[in-house]
Design a protein around this ligand. Structure first.
Ligand SMILES: NC(=O)C1=CN([C@@H]2O[C@H](COP(=O)(O)OP(=O)(O)OC[C@H]3O[C@@H](n4cnc5c(N)ncnc54)[C@H](O)[C@@H]3O)[C@@H](O)[C@H]2O)C=CC1
Ligand SMILES: O=C(O)[C@H]1O[C@H](OP(=O)(O)OP(=O)(O)OC[C@H]2O[C@@H](n3ccc(=O)[nH]c3=O)[C@H](O)[C@@H]2O)[C@H](O)[C@@H](O)[C@@H]1O
Length: 430
C-alpha cells in the first residue's frame, strides 16, 4: 500500500529517507526551510554528496512520487505520517538542542489532519516524544507521536536504508505501530528485522547503539597506542580480535578518532541524560575524553617524526572529511589536527576529493591544492587523514620525486606500506 508522507528536513538523514521511502513506493514530499537546498533539489541537484543517491532522484521526481517544497502549507493535509529529521545539535552543556524539533512541530500543527502520525526520526533524548505529546495536549491537540530512530551511516546511507540490520519503531498505540509497519513493509517482506518498543526504549536504543560503536573505536585506538610502543601490528591485531564473533571485526579500525555530526554529540547528550537521572557514566565519559585527546596524540606523533619546530615545515594533509564517502566535515579529526598544526606555525597544504568546498568555509591559513599530487609537492611530511580509496592509487613514485622529504604518516592504515618503503618513503602508522 502506498502511503502519503512528508519528511521535514532534507539533510543527510531526511533527504536519504525521503528519497528512499519514495523508492519503496510511497508518495513523499520533502520539506526544508532552507530555500537554496530545495531549489537545488527541484533541479535534481543534490545539496550533499552521498553515493548512489543521485541514481534514484530524477526518476522518482519525474514519476511524481517525490516532491520538494520549502513551505509548510495545506499540502500537509494529505499526509498520513510526517517524519521529522531536523538537526538536534549539542547545546554548550552537551544536551541535545530540541529547538528545531519544536519549531517543526509548531509549524506542522497548523496544517496536518487529526489522524496524521508525527514520527520523530531525528536522534532525541529519551522522553522527548512524551514531552511532545504533553506539549500538544496543552494546546488541545491529540496527534499520535512515534519514535523511529535512524541508523544509516553517511557514505553508505542508501545501502544502509535498504538493508538495515533492524528497523526500530517505538509507539504508544496500535494504530501508529500498524502504520509504521505498513510504511516499512517493502523492507520487512525481505526479512529485515523490525523491532517494536515503547517510545522511551526506542529513543534510548539509538544513543546506546552509537555509544557502543564509539566505545569500540576509542578502545581499539587506545590499544593501538600500546601496539606502537610494543612493536605489535595493529591491523593484524584488530583482525584477530575481531574474528571472535562475540566481538566482531567492524568498528575496530584504528584512526585519528571518531568524528562526524553524531558520535561526538550523542556521547555528550548521553552523559547529560545519565547525569539527569543520577547515573555516573564512567565508561562513556572516558570514551569522550580519550577521543578528545586523540588528535593531540596524532600531532605529538608528527612532532616526534619531524621535530618540535614546525615553522617552515610543509605538511600535506590528504583527506579532510570525517570519513570517506561523504563531503561532511562536521567534527572531522582531520580538521582538528590541521587547526592544531596551523596554531603551531606549520605551512599546511590540503586536498580532499569531495570535501574541499565545506572545508574552505571552516579552515583558515591553509593552502587548498587542486589535486593530491599538488598538495604533496615540496612536502616535509604527508598525512593521510581520511580513508579515501583514491589515495591508495596515487602515483606514489612521482610523489616521491616531488617531496622535500619522503615521509608519510598513515592515520587510517590504508596505504601499501611495503610498496612505499620500496620506493624510499619512511612509512609510519599510528
Ligand atoms: N547524519 C547522519 O548520518 C545521521 C543523523 N541522525 C540524526 O538525524 C538528525 C538530522 O541529522 P542530519 O540529517 O545530519 O542533519 P542536517 O543538519 O544535515 O539536516 C537538517 C535539516 O533540517 C532543516 N531544518 C531545520 N529546521 C527546520 C524546520 N523547522 N523545518 C524544516 N526543515 C528544517 C535544515 O535546513 C537542514 O537541511 C539528527 O538528530 C541526527 O542526530 C541519525 C542517523 C544518521
Ligand atoms: O547517528 C548517526 O548519525 C550515525 O552515526 C554513525 O554513522 P556515521 O557517523 O555516518 O559514520 P561511521 O561510519 O559510524 O563513522 C563515524 C566515525 O568513526 C570513525 N571510525 C569508524 C569505524 C572504525 O572502525 N574506526 C573509526 O575511526 C569514522 O572514521 C568516523 O570518523 C553510525 O555508524 C550510524 O549507525 C548512525 O546512524
Amino acid at each position: 500500500m502506498n502511503i502519503k508522507l512528508h519528511v521535514i528536513g532534507t539533510g543527510y538523514v531526511g533527504l536519504v529517507s525521503g528519497v528512499m521511502m519514495s523508492y519503496l513506493g510511497h508518495d513523499v514530499t520533502c520539506l526544508d526551510t532552507d530555500i537554496s537546498k530545495i531549489n537545488q533539489l527541484k533541479k535534481n541537484i543534490l545539496p550533499i554528496y552521498e553515493p548512489k543517491l543521485a541514481e534514484y532522484l530524477p526518476a522518482l521526481v519525474k514519476s511524481g512520487k517525490l516532491r520538494f517544497t520549502s513551505s509548510y502549507s495545506a499540502e500537509l493535509q494529505n499526509s498520513q505520517a510526517v517524519f521529522i529529521t531536523v538537526g538536534t545539535p549539542p547545546l554548550p552543556s552537551g544536551e541535545a538542542d530540541l529547538q528545531y524539533i519544536f519549531t517543526a512541530i509548531d509549524n506542522l500543527c497548523e496544517w496536518i489532519r487529526d489522524d496524521c502520525l508525527i514520527v520523530i526520526k531525528s536522534t532525541v533524548p529519551p522522553t522527548t516524544c512524551n514531552r511532545i505529546i504533553d506539549y500538544l495536549n496543552n494546546k488541545n491537540l491529540k496527534f499520535s507521536v512515534a519514535s523511529n530512530p535512524e541508523f544509516l551511516r553517511e557514505g553508505t546511507a542508501v545501502d544502509d536504508f535498504l538493508n538495515p540490520d533492524r528497523i526500530l519503531i517505538g509507539t504508544n498505540n496500535k494504530q501508529a505501530e500498524d502504520l509504521l509497519k505498513e510504511i516499512y513493509r517493502p523492507l520487512t517482506t525481505r526479512n529485515i528485522p523490525l523491532v517494536t518498543t515503547d517510545l522511551v526504549t526506542a529513543e534510548l536504543t539509538k544513543y546506546v547503539s552509537n555509544a557502543f560503536l564509539a566505545t569500540k573505536i576509542a578502545f581499539i585506538n587506545e590499544m593501538a597506542n600500546l601496539c606502537e610502543k610494543i612493536g605489535a601490528n595493529t591491523k593484524e591485531l584488530s583482525c584477530a580480535v575481531g574474528l571472535d564473533k562475540r566481538i566482531g571485526r567492524e568498528f575496530l579500525n584504528v584512526g585519528p578518532g571518531f568524528g562526524g555530526s553524531c558520535f561526538p554529540k550523542d556521547m555528550l547528550a548521553l552523559v547529560q541524560i545519565a547525569t539527569h537521572y543520577q547515573c555516573n557514566f564512567q565508561i562513556v565519559n572516558s570514551v569522550i575524553n580519550s577521543n578528545y585527546q586523540r588528535p593531540y596524540d596524532m600531532v605529538d606523533k608528527i612532532h616526534y617524526i619531524i621535530g618540535n619546530d614546525l615553522h617552515n615545515k610543509v605538511i600535506s594533509v590528504l583527506g579532510l572529511t570525517f570519513k570517506a564517502g561523504t563531503d561532511d566535515i562536521r567534527n572531522s579529526p582531520a580538521i582538528k589536527i590541521i587547526e592544531i598544526l596551523v596554531d603551531k606555525g606549520a605551512n599546511i597544504k590540503v586536498f580532499d576529493p569531495v570535501g574541499m568546498n565545506n572545508a574552505k568555509k571552516e579552515l583558515k591559513n591553509v593552502f587548498f591544492a587542486d589535486s593530491a599530487l599538488s598538495a604533496c609537492k615540496n612536502s616535509d611530511i604527508i598525512i593521510v587523514a581520511t580513508e579515501w580509496s583514491e589515495f591508495k592509487d596515487l602515483d606514489w613514485s612521482l610523489i616521491h620525486r616531488q617531496v622535500k622529504s619522503p615521509v608519510i604518516i598513515d592515520l587510517r592504515h590504508i596505504l601499501d606500506g611495503d610498496m612505499l618503503k620500496a620506493l624510499g618513503f619512511k612509512y609510519c602508522l599510528i
